[in-house]
Ligand binder design. Structure first.
Ligand code: 4AD
Ligand code: MG
Length: 432
């Protein structure tokens, strides 16, 4: 048996015979030549068998292979400038591994609900495969960005006793006679971690019991949350801008084929890395919405549609800072120059994708924080460990959270976040 290699590495084996192990995408033949579209998870390749060059048995096996049957292919790697990879395989032998009868996903148009029910199979499709590979590069670029900046990865717990982002989106679960919540954010724990490590980040799943069926909301999503001691809002914006640029740079470098499969226009992505992000205040953002003809009052929170309007006014991500205190969580630091606003920021993606990052400077003063907790009607006792941080060497600090799925949706140019993860969780989807 020849050495098994991956399609991804075929370029190193031109004019050599190799064995590939994978699955059948499609087969067609004209009686004399059989064309097999083949995939192994690392790529796609066309395998060709001519009746004259292989045994009759091999030819017959090959032309009767059904979609998604698993097979091993022995053949010679040759150049073909017409194929997307510039290569194809001239089959020498085909070894069936396991059959696939009546594969439920066919080339015809299926509804998204049908495909989501078959998500365990749908992730094999070239488009879905490309999205998940881009997600992988995004996650890897995120880790590398923070690791290169000397951040320490600290894992935040997923069972928590207190809320972080508002009681209306908490998933509650019994916890040995107590009530626990699934974490909405690791931020409060990262505030403890940054005072222990200077720069810390957590990266994991977070949960929101938001019964909103929009193209931007999941009930379970991945968030990366850096937190830095002795950093203010300006430093926070710089850190976040650098992260978004590092992510886009990585995808443009490593995912050319995937972006092509998705037919993603790369010009707007090139823009992201070619200059600094515009920074506008909440008040300026309100003016943009009002000028567009939409009725909006200072003090209201932005909805998805409002974010689309603001984001579309710029050709790269825009940083919006200084939101009204009234609509923001208890931990945000009040602007010392204007008590009506907080020292926070959101980053809105262009092309209508809206908020991908939320963060800002935190309240570091003990008494002010206690007042804010009380003012929002939260139980002071559940935050005792958190307020403690302000008693023992409190310092100015800031951080943010980037939602991986929204970032993937934007970079891939997808209409909905549901295709940004392998097995997404939505209000009406717990399976597969
Ligand atoms: O703006 P959010 O709620 O901020 C926080 O959770 C802060 N505690 C983060 C921090 O400062 N450490 O969420 C941050 C990001 C959003 O910008 C968005 O990208 C994503 O998380 N996000 C969601 N993604 C998918 N589905 C949802 N339901 C999301 N809610 C937030
Ligand atoms: Mg937010």
């Amino acid at each position: 048996m020849l050495q098994k290699i991956y399609i991804k590495h075929l370029n190193d084996y031109i004019d050599q015979s190799v064995t590939l192990a994978g699955w059948v995408l499609r087969v067609r033949d004209n009686g004399k030549i059989c064309f097999l579209q083949f995939r192994d998870g690392t790529g796609f390749i066309q395998v060709i068998a001519s009746k004259e060059d292989v045994s009759t048995e091999t030819f017959e096996i090959m032309r009767h292979l059904e979609r998604e049957s698993s097979v091993k292919i022995q053949g010679k790697v040759v150049k073909n400038p017409k194929s997307p990879s510039g290569l194809e395989i001239i089959a020498e032998n085909v070894i069936p591994v396991s059959e696939s009868k009546s594969y439920p996903i066919t080339p015809k148009e299926h509804g998204t609900d049908f495909l989501m029910d078959l998500r365990h199979l749908w992730i094999r499709a070239p488009r879905q495969n490309a999205i998940l590979k881009i997600r992988h590069q995004i996650v890897s670029a995120i880790r590398q960005y923070f690791d290169d900046l000397d951040f320490t990865l600290i894992d935040a717990p997923l069972f928590t006793a207190n809320e972080c982002e508002g009681s209306s989106t908490l998933f509650k679960t019994p916890y040995f006679g107590e009530e626990a919540y699934l974490s909405q954010s690791g931020q409060l724990y990262m505030e403890a971690a940054c005072e222990a490590f200077g720069r810390a980040y957590c990266f994991g799943p977070t949960f929101r019991a938001e019964n909103s069926n929009t193209r931007r909301h999941l009930t379970e999503f991945w968030m990366v949350e850096p937190e830095v001691a002795y950093m203010d809002l300006e430093g926070d914006m710089e850190l976040a801008e650098g992260l978004v640029q590092a992510i886009v740079k990585r995808v443009l470098e490593k995912c050319k084929l995937e972006l092509q499969i998705l037919e993603r226009d790369c010009a707007p992505l090139e823009n992201v890395i070619s200059g600094n992000f515009p920074r506008i205040s909440y008040t300026e953002a309100v003016e943009i919405i009002q000028k567009s003809g939409v009725n909006f009052n200072w003090g209201d929170d932005f909805g998805g549609g409002d974010e689309t309007i603001i984001g579309s006014a710029f050709n790269r991500p825009v940083i919006v800072y200084g939101y009204p205190k009234e609509i923001k969580p208890f931990y945000m630091k009040t602007d010392p120059e204007n008590p009506k606003i907080v020292r926070n920021m959101d980053i809105l993606a262009p092309e209508g994708y809206g908020e991908i990052i939320g963060g800002g400077q935190r309240e570091e003063d003990y008494n002010t924080l206690i007042e804010a907790i009380k003012a929002q009607g939260l139980a002071e006792s559940s935050y005792q460990w958190y307020t403690d941080l302000r008693k023992y060497g409190s310092v100015p600090h800031a951080g943010f959270g980037l939602g991986v799925e929204r970032c993937v949706a934007w970079i891939c140019g997808l209409p909905h976040v549901r295709e940004t993860g392998a097995f997404p969780r939505l209000p009406r989807r717990l399976k597969p």
